[in-house]
Design a protein around this ligand. Structure first.
Ligand code: IVH
Length: 669
């Protein structure tokens, strides 16, 4: 075949195969047999082999790269991946609607969608081609799992039509249909592998697999619910999603526009019944304000949008008999009571344990041994006891009494005033706390020390080689290599991991220390504001509480942490080993106090910066991001299409309104 002819044929086959993929995986309406499809694919493969100059990574033959990929690279999300606030009753939904109405004060429409219970993903398309796929991760950054996503046939590698934006992101849920989930678990059972608890776990686990060929064999599916970008075809979310369907994406056919709350309630009632007929797991309904302009106006809280809410379906429940209560001690010393009951089948899985949370929970249930209890299992993996059938209780039944001493080290437990949880206070002597502290420290999201997992930590601890975080940096190669199931190579890897951890940025080191209540978000915030561990250690409770996202509980915990000499000693040691206890120059560069004491509210869209960039700039120059117009607001940074209500309110309160240009002048001049 001549080159030119071959090229035409290749192009033609690619087009045809993409079309058949779309018909089969997105529309579920195939027009040719699997055999015919395979023949065409093979034909294309042969041509591409013969004419390698026409290779294209977006060809239908390239869905599964056969190479084993390395661990995934972490990528920052351009727009953070937030979560939704949940509601469980019509009343709560009415409250949500009232808040929306009050904030926007004009007519609006909702879109109701099913809440798919899978693993969320964000796809970036440029010039109509799939460029990157990133998992939710911690919401700020996730894993680049593009190689795996490419194997999912219902996800277009190349878009259809021409009217898609040049660059956009589309978000949705990666799902494992029930049927495939069951098959998969059956296979696993046969080969003696651990079973997946539910389709969501199976989907999430599959996305993180290192071999794309195995991922391809798992037959994942996807459904998309959100398009983001600067030049979207419509202001309406509903219309944009329908457009996305024309570009080749699978969107939820069950989505519906609702002009009022009654329509929303009808939608919920209908799908609470009918969802059981769907091929994939759903755990509720998502209600969104349709107009993106109004969405912008409503804005976001730290965790979730104010323009959307989830309504969770009621969980399935069953009764069983409580046999015993055991107690687990976590990394922070928190003691969690766990109920052990007769195995019972709920929502398709066998359940025999449930968390009892704390002493109050047990007391409120008035729990006795051998009680008949109601157990519920919702979308969450952990089931819970919701009530006791007291009529069935034996007259001599013994009440469940919370233990007084730590089951691990015997130290008397403490319970702080106003808190529900019992703690073992001996954090430097209680084994699970020390092990937990080390496990948390080496965790991927914290110091990310390669080769050091829970098992090795356990070994190091029991052998007396590491009795705390600091000891990890004193480990020697032969000590490590002498451990069971460890060789020279693994030992070397751990040492290299420890060495590499010395360049982990301050915010993650801060998180890794495991200060109670200082999670990733708070650690990031603290690092940005205080710049160094010394500054943090010197702050008073009141000063800490002035920082965004730091409440009384967190502030107290930080002060208490730095009041302990052993913690200061450990930090001094880690610092001497080269760990980062301050922001890098790059991170702290360009910081000024130009906006110190000023509270600025951003509204609308801007020419030269995204809203996130502006927020960052405000913080970098010492200012505070306001979340609503109030007397405390100093400036309203107004962009295009900003909400008329905000403008009016700002006007009334006499708040200065500044443009993007004026703002830039404020921080540069
Ligand atoms: S919209 C700002 N729509 O639920 C958040 N989310 O709790 C916008 N989810 O992480 C999300 N179905 O993974 C949206 N129709 C739907 C959804 C949906 C499932 C998941 C999503 C998100 C989580 C939020």
């Amino acid at each position: 075949m001549k080159r030119e002819e071959a090229y035409q044929e290749i192009i033609q086959l690619r087009r045809e195969l993409e079309e058949h993929n779309y018909r089969y995986y997105v529309l579920a309406q195939p027009t040719i047999s699997d055999f015919e499809f395979d023949m065409k694919l093979r034909n294309l493969e042969e041509l591409e082999k013969e004419f390698p100059e026409y290779a294209d990574s977006h060809s239908p033959t390239q869905r599964v790269g056969s190479d084993i990929s390395k661990a995934f690279e972490q990528v920052a999300h351009r727009y953070p991946m937030l979560s939704l606030s949940n509601t469980y009753s019509e009343g709560e939904l009415r409250d949500f609607d009232n808040r929306v109405r009050k904030l926007i004060g004009q007519d609006y429409t909702y879109v109701c969608e099913l809440k798919f219970d899978g693993s969320s993903i964000s796809l970036l398309y440029e010039q109509g081609k799939l460029r990157r796929a990133v998992t939710r991760g911690d919401g700020v950054k996730g894993d680049d799992v593009t190689v795996n996503i490419r194997t999912i046939r219902s996800i277009p590698l190349v878009l259809r039509g021409h009217d898609y934006p040049e660059v956009f992101e589309i978000r949705g849920e990666i799902l494992l249909p029930f049927r495939v989930f069951e098959e998969l678990n059956m296979e696993r059972e046969e080969s003696g592998e651990l079973l997946f608890a539910n389709p969501r776990n199976a989907a999430a686990g599959t996305l993180k697999m290192l071999n794309p060929a195995v991922v391809a064999s798992r037959k994942l599916d996807a459904c998309f619910y959100s398009v983001m970008g600067d030049r979207l075809p419509s202001d309406g979310h509903f219309e944009t999603l329908n457009k996305a369907a024309e570009w080749g994406f699978k969107i939820s056919r069950e989505m519906q526009l609702c002009q009022n709350l009654d329509m929303v309630f009808n939608y919920i009632r209908k799908w609470d019944q009918e969802r059981h007929k769907l091929p994939v797991a759903t755990d509720g309904v998502v209600i969104k304000v349709d107009s993106r302009r109004l969405q912008e106006e409503l804005g976001y809280t730290a965790k979730s949008p104010r323009w959307a809410v989830a309504f969770k379906f009621k969980a399935e429940s069953a009764t069983t008999v409580l046999r015993s209560v055991s107690y687990q001690v976590g990394r922070t010393g928190a003691v969690t009571p766990v109920a052990n009951f007769d195995p019972v089948l709920i929502a398709g899985t066998v359940v025999k344990r449930a968390s009892l949370h704390n002493a109050d929970f047990i007391k409120n249930l008035d729990l006795h041994l051998n009680d008949t209890v109601f157990v519920e299992k919702g979308g969450e993996i952990i089931p819970k006891i919701t009530a006791v059938e007291t009529g069935k209780r034996h007259p001599m039944a013994q009440p469940v009494v919370f233990i007084e001493k730590c089951p691990e080290c015997g130290t008397p437990l403490v319970r702080k005033e106003g808190e529900a949880v019992h703690y073992c206070p001996d954090d430097s002597g209680c084994p699970p706390q020390i092990r937990g502290e080390m496990e948390h420290f080496v965790n991927r999201r914290a110091m990310d020390i390669d080769g050091l997992g829970a098992e090795t930590i356990e070994l190091l601890y029991t052998r007396g080689l590491a009795k705390g975080i600091a000891d990890l940096y004193l480990l020697e190669k032969d000590q490590l290599a002498a451990l069971e199931r460890m060789g020279e190579k693994s030992a070397q890897r751990i040492l290299e991991g420890l060495e590499a951890s010395k360049s982990v940025p301050f915010e993650r080191v801060l998180f890794a220390l495991g200060i109670r209540y200082v999670g990733e978000t708070v650690a990031r915030k603290l690092a940005k504001v205080v710049h160094s561990i010394e500054n943090l250690a010197q702050k008073t409770k009141e000063e800490l509480m002035e920082i965004d996202e730091v409440g009384e509980r967190i502030a107290e915990s930080i002060v208490e942490y730095f009041s302990r000499p052993e913690h200061l000693e450990m930090i001094r040691f880690l610092k001497s080993k080269g760990l980062q206890f301050q922001l890098s120059e790059e991170q702290s560069g360009n910081r000024t106090d130009k906006l110190k004491g000023l509270s600025i509210l951003i509204s609308g869209t801007f020419k030269n910066h995204t809203r996130e960039e502006l927020k960052e700039l405000i913080e970098r120059h010492g200012g505070k991001n306001a979340t609503s117009v109030s007397k405390k607001t100093n400036y309203l940074l107004a962009g295009e299409n900003m909400g008329p209500i905000k403008l009016e309110k700002a006007d009334k309160l006499g708040i200065a309104i500044i443009s993007e240009e004026e703002f830039v002048r404020m921080i540069t001049e």
